[in-house]
Structures are given as structure tokens and as C-alpha cells.
Design a protein. Sequence first.
Lengths: 526, 357
Amino acid sequence: MSEINLSDAKITNAGQPVVLRLAGITKRFGPLLANDHIDLDLHRGEILALLGENGAGKTTLMNILFGHYVADEGQVLVAPKQGGDLGSLERGSPGAALAAGIGMVHQHFTLAENLSGMENILLGTEPIFRLVRRTGPARRKVEALIADSGLAVDLDIQVSRLMVGEKQRVEILKALYRDARVLVMDEPTAVLTPQESEGLFKTVRALAARGLAVVFISHKLGEVLAVSDRIAVLRGGRKVGEIFTRDADRRVIAEMMVGRDLPASRRTPRDPGAVLLDLDSVAVTGQGTRNSLAAATLSIREGEIVGIAGVSGNGQAALAALVAGLVAPASGTLRLFGEAITRPSPNAFARAGIARIPEDRHHDGVVGAMTVAENIAIEELRGPDFQRHGFLRFAAIRARAEVAIRDYDVRCQGPDAPARLLSGGNIQKLILARVLDRKPRLVLANQPTRGLDVGAQTEVHRRLLAARDGGAGIVLISEDLDELLTLSDRVAVMAGGRLSEARPTETLNRGTLGMMMAGHDEERAA
Amino acid sequence: MIRFEPRQDTPAILSILAPVFAAVAALALAAIPLAFAGAPILESYRLMVQGAFGSLFVFSETLTRTTPLILTGLAAAVAFRARLWNIGGEGQLYAGALAAVAVGTGIIDGPPVVMIPLVLVAGALAGALLMLGPTLLKLKFGADEVVTTLLLNFVMLLFVQMMLEGALQDPMSLGWPQSAPIIDSAALPPLLPRLRVHSGLILGLIAAVAVAILIRRTVWGFEIRAVGENAAAARFAGIPVTATMVRVALISGGLAGLAGVGEVAGLKGYLTSDLSPGFGYAGIVVAMLARLSPLGVVAAALFIAAIFVGADSMSRGTGVASYIADLVVALSLLCVLVGGFVTRYRIRLVGARKAEA
């Protein structure tokens, strides 16, 4: 493993002053070393990408920077606003971080949904005890910021009515309004469409050109290479490398991130078997296109992966809810393993042998306050293994959890640790362990790799392919076209609540899929 | 300056000690109004302790008060575990008492082995059914159970008053709104001769152990915890959320109903509309003080009961109004909420200077 030297970085950036320095930051959570003596400099006007797998320590590091955590060792140093030498930032104080000009755009937005964009921007900057709200000067400042940065957004409508990309702009404006000199963006593209991401990159570059220093946290190599000036890679809590983006090589960085060669996901041709799941003109009525499905016809056979492409919010949620047993068809016939289902239930579906991987793994996948072991056992509670006469068999639950933790490499403090302490990738591994370890006949994988780093993604792909080769049929709902084209035997597209016919992957490419996702007919696209 | 930092893990010892400290802090804070009232503080507390624990007689009184609080405390604790906000313990208590007098005042007669289980089952069933309605409304229409259960308390109390002046009025009561007495074979036997503490206490202790086992060791308990902590994930994982909620409602209402049976069949002997001085509401405080732990409920109930009984005796000795008991109970609830904060955050005292560079 080549460790890239820091020394030449210092020389080239000598022109711009350092605005932020992390010196020897170390943080332990029990036996887990989340940050191990991390040093990092951030220069004025620079976009630094912080790259790393889930659990590499990126979020912990930023939480320390922002005062949410207190480092066990090390210091955060910032340049004073009026210039001069670096001074240390008060530890564990988000207020001090804000005052020093450090702004953060969280992956999950922190906006008050019932207020307007303008009110959200002002929130917390105004004195509480004032009778009249004077927004004139503030408004002029925000409008100037919008004009300078190109962050166009309607300031006066309720945030709940804004699109995701617009909400993110409000978040950025909020930070800029507070005179942020350092902007930390935690996986900002996770929620954006490719077009929105492209727009964001332009904005970020424009802001950097005006002197803003940006920390761009991500695990997507492509976008990091596209947007950043410099890349720092974290792995296992340590900084394992730092490199200028123009000198960077995709492969080297990927290896730095995961610390091993990435096995490419490859599927071997296989004859599909009997039909497992059959949708015949099944419609689901729900609120909005997100939760509606119009007369979908689809069949999944043994030993094949059927990919469902589409921009999120086009009815995939309805399809997933159908296959997960959460909703009943409003019309049409759903046949599962040959039997028509009229009254589905998640429990019955799970017991019948469907492995269900939910889209929102934090919200629907785990009960955060309960332990890892309990979350692994949760679907099989009423089976003979984990209870007798209604009493839980703790030894069996624990034993199962220990095997799962080992086999699926779930990084946690043990079976009794609360699931909420796990990182996103490890929560996904926990869910995989829960559902795949039972030799499922059908797998529903809804956005299984969204928000995961390369290592965890590869692991998910490997597990799905293994399940397929073991004879399971898989419904793979994803927005990642590369993922779909590599894994799927057939791909169907969802647009506006309609599901296209599933076509063999060999006959498709990114272009045709993209056209179909945008709502064009297959015929015209082909 | 004081600063709060979120804790990663809460040390187990702190979770246990926090309520104890909260209780002590509440007593310490209550010393302030005591001092204003001109009472000698240490002497007042000595009288309070003596009044609650000083003799077998007063201890029996304390335990008599503890009995309904254990049951209403458990009722709240079980429901709150599932995020079912049952504020209707008071109404369910009265429903249980009403059912007990309906079957236990002579309509049916039999040996105690038949009659005692009968009044208990009738009372539990009545409380459970009273909680079932608001829960179904919540599940079906999203009606806020805080409002519905709270309002049902008043409905139930008025219903009891109506019955006591009508169908269930004792013909021998000379017009007083009270029920006929519970017949001897249906009465819960006293635990000690010539003292008021009755076998309802044993019932409460058994219930506490049973609820503790239910929550920690059974599939039902697992489901209750899962639904309470994250209903969406529980539903996705195939846990029957509706059935679990209904189950919790029945258990919670049933426990509160049992408290009513205990009061009427173990203590008073007949039903009046002032049977409970707010045991249903105090049960919520007990559950919070116990941090929803079923065994903790027993300790919290004893604490609250001792405050009430002890304050009576203190007020006789010092002339301070026994309202001081309500004050201590309210303060202990506040202190427990602060205590809960302490278990989740680490509090650091920081010097006025900024940390040295």
C-alpha cells in the first residue's frame, strides 16, 4: 500500500493561508478508536474531499470539529476572522464553531419544515426578545449571497414544499449567512439527482473561488474527482493518505479507502427457474406518485436478478411496499410462490421466505434503541428458534447474533450494543445478516447500497449474487445504473408510477435506460 | 460556565442512582418552602420519616397507600413503554372499582376462592375495556389518546356518581351516594390483624414481577419495546403493531382496574366517588420516577406513598399544610426529568476563561 506523502502538498498550497487545522485528533468510543491522531490542514479557497468507508471516522472527525463531540486528544485550530495566527477553538462548543465561521450542511437536513426558507436562515441569529422583526437588512444580505453564489431558491415559501435540492441550498445559504469561512458538507449528493449534483458542484466551485474553504465528505470516487482540489483518505480512524486531485488515480484512491483490491462483481449466466413472484396488472393507490403504482406486470424467477431502474419517487416505494407485504394490491393479482395473495402481511412474507432490505435502513431497518442481537432476531421472534411458550430464548438469540456479526463482519461492540451506535454500512450488514442468512427464496433489495462506501457496496453485491446463485430470485430497486447493469439479468424502468417491461440487460445501456427513466417510451428510446 | 456534552453510553450505575438523587434533591428543594413556612427543617423531615415508617401502624398506612400506586404505576409504565400515553389510569381505577361492587356486593355469592378471583377479573376487565376504546380510536383514526383517556377520567367519575345515586346505591345508606358493601367472601383479606394493609399489596408485587418478566423476557415484551422505540421498523419487520398496541392497552387498563378493586375490596369495603385521591395520576409520576422499570415502580410507589403519609403526620406536628406532599411529589417528578437529562449528557463545569490555547 503506497502512502502518499504530505510534503509536496504543503509546498503547493503555500500561497493560501491555512484557515483550519486539525492537530492530532484522537477519539475513542469504548474499545473503538474512531479517530487516531488525525492531522488535517484546510486552506482558504480550497475544496478538500474527505473520503473514506463508512465507519472510517469521517463523521466523528466532523462532529469534533463542530463541537458535538470532545476529542480525547488533539486540537482544532482556526484562523481568527481578522487574520493572524491560528488559535485553538473551544472544545465541545457548537456555538464557538459557528462563531469562528465553521458552517455545516448535514446529510439529513436540519431545517424547520413549517417555516419559510428566509425564516430558517434567520433562525438562531436573531435575539429572542424583540417585538418587531426587522428582516430588511438580513434579506438584502441573503439576496446578495444568492446573486453571488447562484444558489437560487424561493425564500418565502414553506420549506416543506421545497424540493430536496432547494432545501440543500437553503442549508448552504444558512451557513453563508452566518459568514462561514469553512463549509463542511456531509455527503451532499446522497439525496440529489445527477443534474442537481452537477449544479451543486458548480456552486461549490464558485464559492471556493470567492475564498470559502470547503470540506466535502463523500465516498463516491467519481464526484470527489470532479469537484475537489485535494483528497484526504481516512480508513479505520486513521488518515492513510492525502493527494492533489489532479495527481489522483481512481484505482489508487479506491485501494487506499478499502485497503485491499476490490473484487469486481461478476455474475455468471444461469438459467432462470420457476416463477416466484408474479404481478399481473397490479395497481397500488397511494398519496402521490411516490406511493402509487399503475397496473404493473412483472415476474421474478428463481436464480435471476431483476433490476428496477428509475429516479427515486416514481413509484418504487409502492412496488417495494407491495413486495415487502406492507400494502395490498388495489387491483390486479399478486402471486407469491404460485399462490394469489389478497391479504399480505410483512410477517407472513418474511416467513414465506422473502428477504426484505428496506430503503431507509435507519428508519425502517432497525430499532436503534434495541441491541444488535435483538435487531437480528426481530423477524423470527415467533419462530421455534428464539422463543418457547412466548418466552425469549436469550442464549439462542445471542448465539445467532454472534455468528451473524462474525460472518457478515458487522463492526460493533458486541451483540448487546444498541444498534443506533452502528454506522450506516454496518447497519446494512446487520440487515443482510438478518434476512439473507435464512436461505431466502426471494429477495427485495431496495436501494441496498445507497449511502454506502465502496467496500460495503462490494459486500452487498457479493451477497446478492451469492443469493442469486443459490437459486433466489431478486428484485433490485436502485438509482445506480452501473449497479443495475452489472448485477441484473433483466432490467425494468419505473417512471411516473408505471413499470416498463423487464428487458435482458444485454439489450440495454445507460443511454436507453436514462431515456426511459426520463419518461420516454421504450420504442422512442430504442 | 456549565456545559453539556452528550454521552455515548450511560453507565448502568448512573441509571439506577439518578432517580435516587432526584428523590433526595426534591426533598432538599422542598426545604425552601418549609423554611418560609417557619418550620424547623430537620425536625419536619424527621416527623415525616417517623410518620411514614416510625411504627408498625404508620408503616401499614404507608403500604396501604403504596398498593394502588404500584398498580397504577405499572399501568402507566407498560403503556408508556409502547408510547401509548395512557393518562386515564384514574378513570380505569374507578371502572375497576365499579365492576368490583357490581359483582361483589351480593348479586352472586360463593366461597372466597370463587369470589375474590371474580371481583379481580371483573375489575381488570372493566379497566381494560375502558382503555380499549381510546386505543382503537387512536389506531383507526389517529385520535390523540392523551386527550381521550384524560377526558374519559371525568366521564367515568360522573358515571360512578350517577350509579351511586341510582342503580348501585346502597338502600341502607340513608340517601348517601355510596354502594352496598362488598360481601365478606369477596373482600381481599388483611395482611396483618387490626391493620389496614391488605393482600392487594401482594397482588401489586406479583403484578410488578409479572410485568418485569413480560417486558424483558417474553416475545410480547420484545414487541412492546420494539413498537415503542420505532414503530415503523417494527411494522416492517413483521411485528403486529396493532395487536401489540391493543395488548398493551388491555394490560395497562387492566392493571389500573385492579388498583380500583384493591381499594374497594381490600380497603374501603364500599364504593364512593372519593375512592381515589388521584392514584391514577400519581401512577404517572410513579412510572416516570421509576423510569418505566416495573420493579422500579415498587420503589417509586413506596416513596410517593411515604411522602403523602409522612406529610400528614408532619403537618400535624409542625402546622405546615400537608400540601407540602404534593409539592415534594411534583418536585421529584421535575428532578427525575432533570436526572434523565444527566444520564444522557455529561455536565462539565468550565472556567470563565476560554480553554487555554
